[in-house]
Design a protein around this ligand. Structure first.
Ligand code: ATP
Ligand code: MG
Ligand code: FE
Length: 342
């Protein structure tokens, strides 16, 4: 089954072609980062308009890359939510319109299920069951995954998502959006021993997160340095490093707890922050001590992309699931998903 995947939930237009027999055939991505840069955040109306401009050319590009035409498609999967309603609408309308014209199946996919299954596009495929750490711009969640569509929320951030905290700290350091990679690069040159930032909510039981206080702590540290005339380049690196260390440490502690509590042997890490190298190294070390293993998507499939939507869609489409309503779901808890009925 050849499935075209369409991702338009936020500021990335992603398209990919996944074949259930031959794997990923092609993928293309257009990022709107430059478009939103001058506004300091994603402007929903501009995002929708830009998806409208870029989506059809990207679909043509992906088909050409795979050496195929539209009539070679068996089904279309698109992100139905969560995300910006206007942006989601562009993908939904395009998917349903194309599917109707071609007389093929169409399915609305949950964006976070896409992220969660993205490591399955790699050579070493994680088997169910596992614990998933979803760490992105909008989510920080630990989920127990018994099977496809069997998701139980173990814990989540009570305020900012980890990626959001990276982006806000980047702003404090005058670094451009998206801040994660920028802060991580600065942290590379930072001294880990200079500052020690708090590890929020690790002193109490449970696997919920909070990153808002850590963000404030970072701001206060920067202000104090500035007041003392000590905010030089090295200090900026040291602050970035202290922040990254605190986020990484917190995530590792909670992942370890979630694995121990659930008895699972595998951890799937996905979403933009899963690209973070220090996080991967720390998780690998911690998990090897538990006799557990971590699985990650390749770098470019950590952040939003069409491949994860094509893949998640293909898994469900292959079992006969279809979507007959075009209505996107801007708010859509992952735990509401159910397994596809075969
Ligand atoms: P959601 O998936 O929750 O709807 P989103 O789609 O905006 O949110 P993603 O595209 O999955 O989020 O990830 C983007 C986030 O990942 C940004 O906050 C970005 O700063 C962060 N990020 C990307 N690379 C890194 C990195 N190397 N280290 C830390 N954070 C990173
Ligand atoms: Mg994005
Ligand atoms: Fe995402």
């Amino acid at each position: 089954m050849r499935v075209l995947g369409i991702e338009t939930s936020c500021d990335e237009t992603g398209v990919a072609l996944y074949d259930t027999e031959h794997g990923l055939l092609a993928d293309a991505l257009y990022s709107q980062v430059a478009l939103h840069a001058e506004f300091g955040g994603v402007v929903p109306e501009l995002a929708s308009r830009d998806h409208t401009r870029k989506l059809l050319p990207l679909i043509d590009e992906v088909l050409a890359e795979a050496g195929m035409v539209k009539s070679d498609l068996d089904a279309i999967a698109y992100t139905a939510g969560p995300g910006l309603v206007g942006a989601l609408m562009v993908g939904a309308c395009t998917a349903h319109g194309m599917a109707r014209a071609l007389g093929i199946s169409v399915l609305g996919v949950h964006h976070m299920e896409g992220h969660l299954l993205a490591p399955m596009l790699e050579d070493e495929v994680p088997e169910f069951p596992f614990v998933a750490l979803l760490v992105s711009g909008g989510h920080t969640q630990l989920v127990d995954v018994a099977g496809l569509g069997e998701y139980r929320l173990l814990g989540e951030s009570v305020d900012d998502a980890a990626g959001e905290a990276f982006d806000k700290v980047a702003k404090m350091l005058d670094l451009p959006y998206p801040g994660g990679p920028q802060v991580a690069a600065l942290a590379e040159r930072g001294d880990t021993a200079r500052f020690r930032f708090p590890r929020p909510m690790t002193d109490r039981p449970g696997v919920d997160f909070s990153f808002s206080g850590l963000k404030t702590h970072t701001l206060t540290t920067l202000r104090t340095l500035e007041r003392d005339g000590a905010l030089d380049e090295q200090s900026r690196c040291d602050v970035a490093r202290a922040f990254e260390d605190a986020v990484v440490d917190t995530l590792v502690i909670k992942c370890r707890r979630a694995l121990q509590a659930s008895g699972r042997q595998r951890l799937v890490v996905a979403g933009g922050v899963s690209a973070n190298r220090r996080l991967r190294a720390a998780l690998d070390t911690a998990l090897s001590k538990l006799g557990a293993q971590a699985f990650y998507p390749r770098g470019r499939f950590c952040t939003d992309n069409g491949a994860m939507i094509a893949y998640a869609g293909a898994r469900r489409l292959a079992l006969g699931q279809r979507t007959d309503t075009l209505q996107p779901r801007p708010r859509w808890p992952l735990s509401e998903l159910t397994p596809p009925v075969a």
